[in-house]
Design a protein around this ligand. Structure first.
Ligand code: SF4
Length: 322
């Protein structure tokens, strides 16, 4: 399923220490430019609206409505969620046609949340998730793994599972040491330190049968869970492009070929053809010595991945026909 990314701009009222958008030169989009980019997306394909913080854009409702009128699916929104606690504004987004919200929750501890985002907004964000779910919008959680939070990763997934049993999918993404995080290298955990906590969290997610994915972690640190690696899935699946505008390049193809790094040992690894490796900036910070070859048959990973995403796509098809 092809997906198009619509970045409305950089404007945001949070100051996340791990934000990567600071590196992106895109300007703030006017209403006309945003609508023109929506119009350039072929019918039936997906649109991901992002920012900055897209709920601050004055024309967001019109943009969502236009995407829906043009038959785009799914239309999803990447947000910090702090402005979605009012039922009336979420209902308007639902009526306009929003299918999915991906809400960033970097910690379930209010003090750590404040430290990472610069805002005391955790309670509002959690209420925003309740409001999205009550409105019937599929709601997913995006959690950035940092050195401040990786030890509490198992507690985090338990918290989300108990507080939001109807959340459909959790995305665990290793912090990328660029953008704002380039000034905070202390926020980047080592893979070898993360490993046990990540496996514990993944075991808990598996026992709950939730959809869950991991980004930014090479396959040698996801043994038995390789098919949950979102980057490998994207590398095998349809590309993601910028919606309209001048930049129509395949975003993930560009990321994998230019922004990821492997090591000499990868040549001996059976999963080399499926793995995108580690962030270039992580390799610059810590080297590549943590990588090690694994001997899992790649076909087994492909089959598991195909089954996992087939189930996911069918669920979306059912959602669409409701
Ligand atoms: S050794 Fe290299 S190719 Fe193999 S899983 Fe690790 S990073 Fe990927």
């Amino acid at each position: 399923m092809a997906t198009h990314l619509l970045r409305l701009g950089h404007a945001c009222d949070h100051a996340c220490r791990y934000c990567t958008v600071a590196d992106d030169p895109d300007p703030e989009l006017s209403r006309e430019e945003a609508l023109a980019r929506v119009d350039a997306v072929p019918k039936g394909e997906g649109l991901t609206i992002t920012g900055g913080e897209p709920t601050l854009h004055p024309d967001l409702l019109e943009i969502v409505r236009r995407a829906k009128e043009r038959g785009l699916f799914p239309v999803d929104l990447q947000t910090h969620g702090a402005h979605l606690s009012e039922a009336s504004s979420v209902d308007r987004l639902h009526e306009a046609g929003l299918d999915i919200a991906l809400v960033s929750v970097p910690s379930h501890d209010p003090a750590v949340y404040r430290e990472l985002t610069g805002k005391d907004d955790l309670a509002k964000v959690l209420t925003g998730i309740d409001t999205l779910l009550a409105a019937g919008i599929e709601t997913n959680i995006d959690h950035v793994i940092t050195a401040r939070t990786y030890r509490s990763l198992p507690d985090f997934v338990d918290f989300i599972g108990k507080r939001f049993p109807r959340v459909n999918r959790i995305l665990l993404g290793m912090v990328r040491p660029n953008g704002a995080c380039a000034q905070h290298p202390e926020l980047v955990p080592r893979l070898v330190e993360l490993e046990l906590f990540l496996y514990d969290a993944l075991d808990r997610l598996r026992n709950r049968h939730a959809y869950y994915e991991v980004e930014g972690v090479p396959l040698c640190y996801l043994q038995g869970y390789e098919h949950h690696n979102a980057e490998t899935q994207r590398a095998l699946d349809a590309p993601v492009s910028y919606a309209g505008g001048k930049r129509r390049r395949d975003i993930h193809g560009f990321v994998h070929s230019r922004l990821k790094r492997k090591a000499a040992v990868c040549e001996r690894c059976l999963l080399d053809p499926l793995c995108v490796g580690m962030w270039v900036e992580y390799a610059q910070l810590n080297g590549t010595n943590e990588l090690f070859p694994v001997f899992t048959p790649p076909d087994r990973v492909r089959e598991r991945m195909e089954r996992y995403y087939q189930r996911w796509r069918e669920e979306h098809r059912r959602h669409r026909s409701r």
